[in-house]
Write a protein that binds this ligand. Structure first.
Ligand SMILES: N[C@@H](CCC(=O)N[C@@H](CS)C(=O)NCC(=O)O)C(=O)O
Length: 218
């Protein structure tokens, strides 16, 4: 049976990275749009799949998986021979991807999400922006990107010289910074800018941004 992805159609946050893995790997899937405004993620049926009532959720022939990064890892393993390789097979190479993925989750994501909550979520909902929270988030993110600048001065991507899942996880919140008027990803330093521009120019991402999340199963 074809994979089913329950999510918003907008390729942002967790559903953005899951949809990007599906696109990079050219995996056919059915998209089931969940209407958060109508509380579609809080129905008993949905909560039976995801006890926290969030999107995205993957249904692989009855195997239900939630948490976007876990879904990305699952798909990258299951479809390791399809499309773009995202997880190296060697023990040490894989460990370096997990190291960089942990850095994204423990360092980049918490800092970026503080900024995105203000400049993207609140802005789009018409809520007042807390400038002190923006400034604190920017200071934290800027310090994290200083370290990225050093790492990316020595290698092309975060886990070495190939694009991997560790880089891909940054599409969850990274693009929302610029959409919220924050240019840190390209103004911080030449190495971060080169890496980020390379990520933004990947064809799978450009297509996903232009078209939104659309099922590809015929
Ligand atoms: N850590 C989760 C975060 C999921 C998440 O925050 N999803 C948002 C939409 S992008 C959501 O469902 N929000 C509604 C809610 O939390 O009630 C993941 O990566 O899958």
């Amino acid at each position: 049976m074809v994979l089913k992805l329950y999510s918003l159609a907008l390729p942002v946050g967790g559903q953005g990275i899951v949809a990007l893995v599906l696109a990079e790997k050219q995996i056919p899937f059915e998209h089931i749009a969940v209407d958060l405004d109508a509380q579609g993620h809080k129905t008993p049926e949905f909560l039976a799949m995801h006890p926290f009532g969030q999107v995205p959720v993957l249904d692989d022939d009855g195997f239900i998986l939630y948490e976007s990064r876990a879904i990305c890892r699952y798909l990258s393993e299951k479809y390791s021979d399809h499309g773009t390789p995202l997880l190296p097979k060697g023990l040490k190479e894989r460990a370096l991807v997990e190291q960089a993925a942990s850095v994204e989750f423990a360092n980049f994501h918490p800092a970026a999400s503080k900024v995105v909550r203000e400049v993207w979520n609140k802005k789009n909902s018409g809520l007042p922006i807390d400038q002190a929270a923006v400034d604190a988030g920017l200071q934290e993110l800027s310090a994290k990107l200083d370290v990225y600048e050093v790492i990316l001065g020595k290698q092309k991507f975060l886990a070495g010289d190939s694009f991997t899942l560790a880089d891909l996880f940054h599409y969850a919140y990274g693009p929302l910074l610029a959409e919220g008027g924050v240019d840190l990803m390209t103004s911080k330093g030449p190495n971060v800018a080169r890496w980020w521009n390379e990520l933004l120019s990947r064809l799978a991402w450009i297509k996903l941004k232009a078209e939104g999340i659309k099922g590809t199963a015929s």
